[in-house]
Design a protein around this ligand. Structure first.
Ligand code: IMP
Ligand code: MG
Length: 221
């Protein structure tokens, strides 16, 4: 493990697909034989392979609801960037894509009150079937705010899809129509999810070590 703490980026990346420890709750069989964890992660929740498999099955669930018809995807950026791009490629329907930029965390790991819409839609979604995509449903405030905004624009239907659902932290009434994984109340990063804009490029999803959940820690590496 001491060696893996010093592992350069490329090394853990090469091994992470088999090295990430499986989440017992998910019961996914993953080899532990050459576990090399990103040094800032306390544990791995979802490997790249687990995510890939679930994205494929989620796409089938979505397809079962929309059939072959066209719909408009609205991704909440930046967090949903990777999830949306992978999910899009598993869907063969005609789709339109737009993004809304929302911020609520800044450099902290707890929601700081009301989320803010920084950049809104450019497409007209009136009378369109809309699928709103986010990385994670936590307190529910972000998806609630954006759903309410989108509904005012009179789509013919509105559904929501999140990769992760932290049910234990819900503060407002909000459930997603499509959920990739339910996860425990831990601050996670990777596959688009960040802490202070870092870690979005990790291929899997893991729990950030508590000592790394301090914005100032970055200055000293
Ligand atoms: P909510 O408004 O509290 O539901 O938070 C939703 C947003 O908070 C998501 O779009 C994420 O950007 C962010 N978020 C919530 N939990 C986490 C986490 O564990 N890691 C990284 N970002 C998170
Ligand atoms: Mg975020």
């Amino acid at each position: 493990m001491a060696e893996s703490l010093a592992a350069p980026n490329a090394r853990w990346r090469k091994k992470c697909d088999i090295g990430f420890l499986p989440s017992k709750k998910l019961g996914m069989p993953v080899s532990k034989s050459s576990a090399v964890l990103h040094p800032d992660l306390a544990e791995v929740l979802l490997t790249e392979a687990q995510i890939r498999a679930r994205v494929k099955s989620l796409a089938r669930e979505i397809k079962a609801v929309y059939g072959d018809s066209e719909f408009t995807i609205i991704a909440l950026i930046n967090g949903a960037v990777m999830f949306t791009s992978d999910l899009l490629r598993e869907i063969d329907n005609p789709v339109r894509l737009d993004c809304i930029r929302v911020t609520s965390y800044g450099t902290k790991t707890k929601s700081i009150g009301t989320p803010q819409i920084i950049h809104s839609l450019t497409l007209d979604i009136a009378r369109r079937d809309v699928l709103l995509i986010d990385d994670i449903l936590d307190t529910g405030k972000t998806l609630r705010l954006v759903s309410d905004l989108v509904r005012k624009l009179k789509p013919s239907s509105l559904r929501t899809c999140v990769l992760l659902d932290k049910k234990a932290r819900r503060e407002v009434e909000m459930e997603a129509d499509f959920v990739g994984f339910e996860i425990p109340d831990k601050f996670v990063v990777g596959y688009g999810l960040d802490f202070a804009e870092r870690y979005r490029n990790l291929p899997g999803i893991g729990v950030l070590k508590p000592e790394k959940q301090i914005a100032g820690a970055w200055a000293t590496g």
